[in-house]
Ligand binder design. Structure first.
Ligand code: FDA
Length: 390
């Protein structure tokens, strides 16, 4: 039986990057995936245009039990390095906002680029290949697969997270990590919309800019869009804060970021005393304003409204507290948080500390990026770190 230098499991973002890196170093590399095509999550990412990196990516943009773990890999393979690769393949790109880089045309170009890089390293693809187990005899790993046994000196596990089960997400890396004695930080959906308790006023489709944080915590704080859904709330600021939500905290929203709502309202009352309550919040969507003023202010002109009621409304606008009852779960989550405990991995190489030759990369590791290209940058950087070492 052929003994491969490196077997990579999972032909997604991190796995293809790891395989290409190992192959181009001269390692005889095989890349296995149970899907019939590589990079399915890349194909649907960024609305089909793949937000492939973020120019600002550094360790401060990730959640982990061990926040500095990702620092080394991210510092050694930077957003500019991936951008150079994109440019080498003549893929046109643009910056949308806040350092987020997207393909001008299609996410397919990123998958094709990674396939080409793997080919340049002589990587053998084995798609449609299910794995049931991995064993290690102290020298060589044996992989039990639907294509038969595969032997390799090093194995890189890159099967990603649990989000979007219909794309074939599995917990294979977590299962193997536990089997080889590594710890796992409990996984949970992240970058995921919240559900609100019924009955909730029908605000579906209403969108606005907010600042979102969690009650009882100073950090993190995210400013960005929010949109009401039929069942709760979503949008960038909500998805970001969801990655820190532990399941019972309330979410604090400032509906007028950077403005003192009471000052705004006092100015309106002074300038337009005959106007009615909705005039106080003209910067906000009218459907939301109706919900906010209900039960606080009545139909009288502003000059006749009690100051106490206006102060209460202003306080709520700057500090609106929502109590989610749950999230949309892995069906809608962009990523999984938690995963292989980084205390059991080398931050330089992604190799398991107690199992030489076994590596874990990408989303399956307890490193979860912010929204905006950070998760792919982690996939590329951790894949390169493992591919250089395996
Ligand atoms: P990935 O999920 O990419 O790859 C895992 C691979 O392992 C898959 O090919 C899968 O088939 C295979 N696999 C799983 N189980 C297996 C098993 N048991 N046996 C064999 N193979 C197995 N991020 C970002 O930075 N910018 C963006 O624009 C987006 N957009 C986005 C949109 C949507 C809808 C989602 C769901 C996610 C994103 N993301 C994102 C997140 C990003 O897609 C994600 O973090 C990376 O793809 C993770 O890369 P990995 O290689 O770790 O897993």
């Amino acid at each position: 039986m052929t003994v491969w230098d490196v077997a990579v499991i999972g032909a997604g973002a991190a796995g293809m990057m790891a395989a290409a890196t190992a192959g181009q170093r001269g390692a005889k590399t095989i890349l296995l995936d149970h899907a019939d095509q590589p990079g399915k999550k890349i194909l649907i990412s960024g609305g089909g245009r793949c937000n492939f990196t973020n120019l600002k990516a550094d360790w401060t943009h990730y959640r982990s039990e061990n926040p500095r773990f990702c620092r080394s890999a991210l510092a050694r393979y930077r957003p500019r390095d991936f951008l150079s690769l994109v440019e080498k393949h003549r893929i046109r790109w643009h910056e949308k906002e806040d350092g987020q880089l997207f393909c001008d045309e299609s996410a397919r170009q990123i998958v094709t680029m990674l396939e080409d890089e793997c080919r340049a390293g002589g990587v053998q693809f084995q798609l449609g290949c299910s794995l049931s187990d991995i064993r290690h005899d102290g020298h060589v790993f044996t992989l039990d697969t639907s294509w038969g046994g595969v032997q390799a000196r090093s194995v890189i596990l890159a099967t990603g997270g649990l989000s979007i089960p219909k794309l074939g997400a599995t917990d294979f890396t977590l299962k193997m990590a536990r089997q080889f004695g590594l710890r796992v930080v409990p996984p949970a959906p992240a970058l995921v919309p919240f559900l609100l308790e019924e009955p909730w006023p029908d605000l579906a489709g209403v969108s606005l800019q907010v600042t979102a944080s969690l009650v009882g915590r100073k950090k993190p704080v995210f400013t960005g869009g929010m949109v009401f859904t039929h069942r709760g709330v979503s949008g960038p600021a909500i998805l970001q804060i969801s990655s820190w939500w532990e399941g019972n905290e309330a979410v604090r929203l400032n509906l007028l970021p950077g403005q003192d709502a009471h000052e705004v309202m006092r100015t309106v009352c002074h300038q337009r005393p005959k106007a009615h309550a909705p005039a106080l919040l003209e910067a906000l969507p009218s459907r939301l304003v109706r919900v906010l003023i209900a039960g606080k202010l009545d139909d009288r002109p502003l000059a006749e409204q009690p100051g106490k009621a206006i102060r209460a409304l202003a306080a709520e606008v700057n500090d609106w507290v929502l109590k989610p009852v749950g999230t949309e779960g892995y069906l809608k989550a962009e990523v999984m948080r938690g995963g292989v405990d980084t205390r059991d991995l080398s931050s330089q190489t992604m190799e398991a500390r107690t199992v030489p030759g076994l590596y874990m990369v990408g989303e399956a590791v307890d490193v979860t990026g912010w929204l905006g290209g950070y998760n792919f940058q982690w996939a590329w950087a951790s894949g390169v770190a493992a591919g250089q070492s395996a």
